[in-house]
Design a protein around this ligand. Structure first.
Ligand SMILES: Nc1ncnc2c1ncn2[C@@H]1O[C@H](COP(=O)(O)OP(=O)(O)O)[C@@H](O)[C@H]1O
Ligand SMILES: O=P(O)(O)OC[C@H]1O[C@](O)(COP(=O)(O)O)[C@@H](O)[C@@H]1O
Ligand SMILES: [Mg+2]
Length: 446
């Protein structure tokens, strides 16, 4: 269940449009569309409640907030024969980026008849002429075999680029529809680009598809690639568990990505119920003291002789001085390395007691996000790509494609960037993690 803590007004869910959609969607005239079961959505009728448990109007008769359902419309805004579309992939890597790019290209090309599609190299850098990254022509041939590969064949980057230059390039290159694939940072960039396009009165559509293994985007039930990343993380935990079980006082410590949200760590913990302590950014823990992690580890070792600890990279940042925190080029704070910090504290703690510790530290790092997508994520990216194209061709703009309450929907970008999605320490996911690990509260004070 999606846990949304803030109020959404119906007006927050409106999707901007470039203009009236007057062109008959070529999908409607394909041979025997009814045999293929195509359903076309009436623009206003198909909506998905944000909170499925609140479907009654309020005291003033206002309907609860809902999101527009994604899917093909009978009329579109862009003339496919005249449209030039572009795709850019930004931020950190994520399994499934290539299959998403392929899905967008094939949908544009075969279903809508768009023949002019370009790929922007290395994220936002690709829009800035001084970098010298030329666009790539995208067509069924150039994307033929990319879907089986990890990484991003277009390339990605972090770091700000001037918005006005990005929009200059869109104008100069005659791009009418831009697909932006990226995480929270990219969505902020997308909103600024959309704003600049609007300020200039340009008719350029912008559709974002959320990408991040951190799964930390608001109003997005799950990002593509997340399940593949969890699967890869689970393999690291299995290694840690096998190592820990095979030695006296064996301790397997695994550090996983997750800057502000510990979804990968939590889900991987649930996927392989061998983890004894799961540490995430959302839940504070102490190391020392009667309830601290070190004492809890002692108890576990005495009771069972081995233990597995999983820590998300953003957990325990209070152990580092962050007054003058360094930032990466995109402005993301460079975190203290909680993995090696815990490793060293565990070693010192057991050495102080004169107790043998066989600790194995595993940091799978980029291996969880640069791998090819699994089948589930490939299917997922297929749907996301198709819906992104339907939305863009219809003239909708400033939106992202999201999976919400099991439906594909359109969400305005500002809604997705108003907060960061985090694990609710009082919610069902964290309760399941605590039940799986059996870990006590690791805080000294009540
Ligand atoms: N607030 C922002 N405004 C405009 N651009 C941003 C903003 N935050 C990030 N960006 C840009 O978006 C791109 C991707 O952001 P980044 O944080 O690296 O990855 P992600 O999109 O995966 O979160 C980078 O080029 C970055 O400079
Ligand atoms: O070393 P990099 O490329 O900055 O990436 C590290 C970060 O990328 C992530 O995997 C995903 O971050 P984004 O979604 O912002 O791309 C984080 O979990 C991690 O902190
Ligand atoms: Mg990010």
């Amino acid at each position: 269940m999606n846990e949304i803590k803030h109020t959404v007004r119906p007006e927050d869910t409106l999707i901007p449009a470039l203009g009236p959609a007057k062109i008959v969607n070529p999908l409607t005239t394909m041979k025997a569309p009814e045999k293929r079961g195509f359903t076309f959505l009436d623009d206003d009728s198909a909506r998905v409640l944000i909170n499925p448990y609140s479907c009654e109007p309020d005291a003033d008769g206002n309907l609860p907030a809902s999101l527009e359902k994604a899917g093909p419309r009978r009329h579109i805004y862009f003339d496919p024969t005249k449209l030039k579309a572009a795709i850019v992939t930004c931020g950190g890597m994520c399994p499934g980026i290539n299959s998403l790019v392929r899905s967008i290209v094939l949908q544009l090309y075969y279903m809508y008849g768009v023949r002019n599609i370009v790929g922007v190299r290395y994220g936002l850098q690709g829009f800035i002429p001084s970098y010298g990254h030329d666009f790539i022509d995208l067509n069924p041939k150039t994307v033929q075999s990319i879907h089986g590969r990890g990484g991003s064949f277009l390339g990605m980057s972090r770091g700000p680029q001037p918005m006005d230059e990005i929009v200059d390039t869109l104008e100069r290159q005659n791009i009418g529809l831009l697909f932006m694939i990226g995480g929270d940072g990219t969505l902020h960039a997308a909103q600024s680009i959309h704003q600049e396009i609007t300020n200039r009165g340009l008719k350029i559509g912008l559709v974002a598809i959320p990408k991040t293994i951190d799964n930390d985007i608001c109003f997005v039930e799950m990002t593509f690639g997340f399940q593949t990343a969890v699967e890869a993380a689970t393999r690291a935990i299995l290694g840690a568990h096998n190592e820990a079980e095979g030695a006296p006082n064996g301790l397997g410590l695994v550090k996983l990505m997750g800057r502000h949200s510990g979804f990968v760590a939590a889900h991987a913990t649930l996927a392989l119920t061998e983890v004894n302590f799961c540490l995430v950014p959302e839940v504070d823990f102490d190391l020392d003291g009667p309830n601290g992690l070190l004492q809890a580890l002692n108890n576990r070792m005495t009771a069972r002789g081995h233990a597995v600890v999983v820590v998300a990279e953003g957990a325990g940042q209070k152990f580092f001085h962050t007054d003058h925190a360094e930032k990466d080029p995109s402005g993301n704070v460079r975190l203290g390395d909680i993995g090696t910090y815990l490793r060293d504290r565990f070693s010192a703690h057991f050495a102080d007691q004169g107790v043998e510790l066989n600790q194995k530290y595993i940091d799978p790092s980029y291996m969880v996000r640069s791998v090819p997508a699994n089948s589930g994520d490939r299917i997922f990216t297929g749907f996301l790509g198709h819906h992104a194209v339907h939305a863009g061709m219809s003239g909708r703009t400033g939106l992202l494609i999201s999976l919400w309450n099991n439906h594909y929907v359109h969400a305005p970008i500002p809604l997705a960037i108003c907060h960061r999605k985090k694990i609710d320490p009082c919610g069902g996911l964290w309760r399941a993690v605590l039940e799986s690990t059996g870990q006590p509260s690791l805080k000294n004070e009540a």
